[in-house]
Design a protein around this ligand. Structure first.
Ligand code: 5GP
Length: 193
């Protein structure tokens, strides 16, 4: 998505060869008009794919996921992150390791919010090693729901997340794909969508 790439070039800070900071519009301050443009782009790409729920992970996925849910007229669920949980049979859980934060979370979704009839679109801000997305797929599939696609704002394609998701036959729709963050610069993978 050209508009996203331009915004990343103008406002993103390359922290090191593996981490990009986009706090001005996505991870801290949120640009709602831009969230709408991204949501429209995912909806365009997904065409007439049936979607009954949008699922994301707190907190940075919530803004784009909510606007997309509004476009589809469906509910948005954000999986919660907890450091540890006591046994609770009313929730689905999966363990997710965060390489950026160097810690593990248990992510949870209430069993009452997903059914076997649901067709879920997963949304997240970044795709790096794929841990967060795979954890979300795990909790959703425990409910018997179908995963229609995984929508990502920024994919760091030099990390293995995308490949891991494709190997499991998930559809991945990333709005921007980064080939490298070397020399303090963002280099994109150019593709036709
Ligand atoms: P993964 O689970 O795919 O390794 O990483 C995805 C999660 O880590 C995202 O939800 C995001 O919160 C965080 N993350 C990974 N890479 C970056 C990055 O370069 N910048 C920021 N701001 N967050 C990242």
């Amino acid at each position: 998505m050209e508009q996203l790439k331009a915004k990343m070039r103008a406002e993103g800070s390359v922290i090191d060869t593996h981490v990009l900071k986009v706090d001005t519009f996505l991870n801290h301050q949120v640009d709602p008009i831009f969230m709408l443009s991204m949501a429209e782009e995912w909806k365009r790409r997904l065409g007439d794919e049936k979607i009954t729920k949008i699922v994301t992970l707190e907190s940075s996925g919530i803004a784009p996921a909510l606007i997309l849910a509004q476009l589809y007229g469906v509910e948005m669920i954000f999986a919660r992150k907890k450091k540890s949980i006591t046994m609770d049979d009313s929730i689905y859980t999966a363990d997710v390791y965060s390489y950026t934060k160097k810690l593990s979370h248990t992510i949870t979704i209430s069993k009452s919010f997903l059914t076997e009839q649901d067709h879920v679109l997963i949304i997240d801000d970044f795709l790096a090693n794929g841990e967060a997305a795979l954890g979300l797929c795990d909790v959703i599939e425990q409910s018997g729901a179908t995963i229609a696609a995984i929508g990502i704002v920024i994919e760091k394609s030099f990390q293995p997340g995308r490949q891991k998701l494709l190997e499991k036959n998930y559809r991945v729709e990333s709005l921007a794909r980064i080939a490298s963050l070397n020399n303090g610069e963002i280099t994109f993978i150019e593709e036709k969508t």
